[in-house]
Each structure stands twice: as C-alpha cells, then as structure tokens.
Design a protein around this ligand. Sequence first.
Ligand code: BGC
Length: 351
Amino acid sequence: MIKKTHFGEMPNGDQVACYRLTNKNNISVNILTLGAILQSWEIQGDPSIDIVLGFDSVDEYLADASYLGTVVGRYANRIANGQFSFGERSYSLSTNLNGHTLHGGEDGFHHRLWQVEQVSDQDNPSILLSIVSVDGDQGFPGNLQASVEYCLSEDNCLQITYRANTDSDTVFNPTQHSYFNLGGHDAGAALEHLVQVNASQYTPADSLSIPTGNLRAVSGTAFDLNQALSVAEIIAKNDPEINITSGLDHNWCLDDYAENQGNHRLVSSILEPVSGRTLSVYSTMPGMQVYSGNFIGEGTVGKRGAIYGPHHGLCMETQYYPDSPNKKNFPSSKLCAGSHFISRTDYQLTL
Ligand code: BGC
C-alpha cells in the first residue's frame, strides 16, 4: 500500500511530499521528496518501533548537518582538497569540511527536492525519484541525471537502486545515509549493537579522514569485524585511528567486489541483542563507511521529541572508497559520457 501526504514546504514554498510504503507485514517506510530521505522505518504494533533516526519537519531537515536518512550525492564521503582531474583537465569542487569536499559539497543532493517519476502500489511497493544536476553543479562536470528507487519487499527488505547517466565524463558515488538503531530511534546509544563486516582490508586515513591510499589488512587490528563485535567493544580497543574519530567512521573494502556492479552479495550485518533484530546489508558496491554517529549533536531533538546524541545510530554507507577520484589504485567511480550507472544496496530487516 502507498499513501501520499503533505510533509511541509521548502523556504521558496515548494511542497514536500511524504510517500508511505507499507507491506503486508505492517512494516512501513516513509520516503520524502526532500533529499529522497528515508524519514521512518516502522514496525507497526504495540508499541510501534521506528528503526531510523529522523525529524518531523522540513526546517529541521534543512538545518541538520548529520545527513539523517538522506541520499547523498554526487559523491558520498570525501574528495581531498575538493580537487580531481581527468587527464589534463582538473576540477575544483565546493569544499565544506576542513578544505575537503564531503557528501557532494555545500549544496549536495541531500537538501534538494527530488521528482517523483513512478509509484508502484503492489505487494512490493516502490517509488522512483529523480534529480538533475547540471554541468558545473558544486564543480562536478557533466549534466547528470540520477535516480533512486526504493522498494519494500514482502519479506521486509528495503531494496535501493541508483541509476545515472551523464553527457560528459564525471564521477558518481551515491549512498544512503540512514542512522539505524534497531532498538528504536528513541532507544539511546546504539553501542551494544553487534557489527559484522565481510572485509579483509580497510582504507587507513589521516586525521581528517582522507585515505592514505594504502589498503591495510584488518587481520590483527581493531578493524577486523569478520566476527561480530559490539560498537562498545571496538571502541574499547583504543585504536588510534578509531580514537581520532571518536568511534567508527571508516571505510571497509568489502570482499568479493566485481567491477561493473556484477556481484550483489551479503557485505555486513548488525544485530541489536535485546530485541534480536538484525539488519543485513547486501550491495554491489566495493566499499562501506561504517559510521557510528559520533558527531550527532548532544541533545538533538528528533522525531516526536526524541533526544538524539553521539552514537545513537549506525550508518552503513555503501560506496566507492573515499577520495577514489584521486587514488588510481582504488576501484574507479568515474562515470563516462553515454554510459549508464547502476548500483544496488539492500537492507534486509529480520525481526
Ligand atoms: C562521515 C562523517 C560525517 C557524517 C555526517 C559520514 O558519512 O564519514 O565523518 O560526520 O557522515 O556528516
């Protein structure tokens, strides 16, 4: 079932709609036309549990610096110094974090209105949203047409498909920036969630989270999450790189990546031990930023008056590795003129 409601207004008066997709198990997701935001993911019952952090109004989303629930673009994560080049031609991007570009620059996709292209009200309800980003937007080359499709399956899997094409070579790296708390968005810190990641390597980074370019084996380090560990246990290992970011905020090189998005495989799962709920992540992408919400402002007022703070949610951001446009040895995020980008990430909820 799909229900459309009015969510609010942009400062210029444009309307923001909310589409609520519900499956036969009474699981619902709310998708906003603002930022293609996943505003809620509710397990309806008594009580209902909402497993993503979010806000109740457009103004709160526009003021938010944590990208709660948004689709991030054109380039998720960092591009060093806001610079990259194709051959002789170099590009200067909007810089919005310590001289670097984060999540597509100052005016990324997360605070824009997306167009609704298609709504499919079936057993697996879905919505397709699109955005046009013109040549030079935030400094990126090429007129880019991009879309994201959310489908809520009958077995409680949120399937997300990104597509894009461009008329000039560019880079493209979209992701979903939801903060999951499987105990409920209002359940406090998610430090006891167990995190498992199928990755033999990660990308070590400097103090501003720019990768050094090396790929380092996780074996014998605090980054080895092949066996599940709680966020608290990982932080307690006192690893200098994890201390710098006050928790997890790093990119794992996911095993079994196939170029051309050919391998949609299980890459990670998180488990909330009290409820026993799990969220498994399947993706075609080469990397994933696991971010433990370290910089959510203390006392942030979220949905229905819930109070959020550091570590209240976990982001599982499938992506190309950070700064891949400047790292020749990383899988390439280049999107060539005339070619079609497609990637898929699924979040499978198990109750
Ligand atoms: C980044 C963090 C950042 C957060 C919110 C994450 O993807 O890696 O460093 O604070 O997004 O902006």
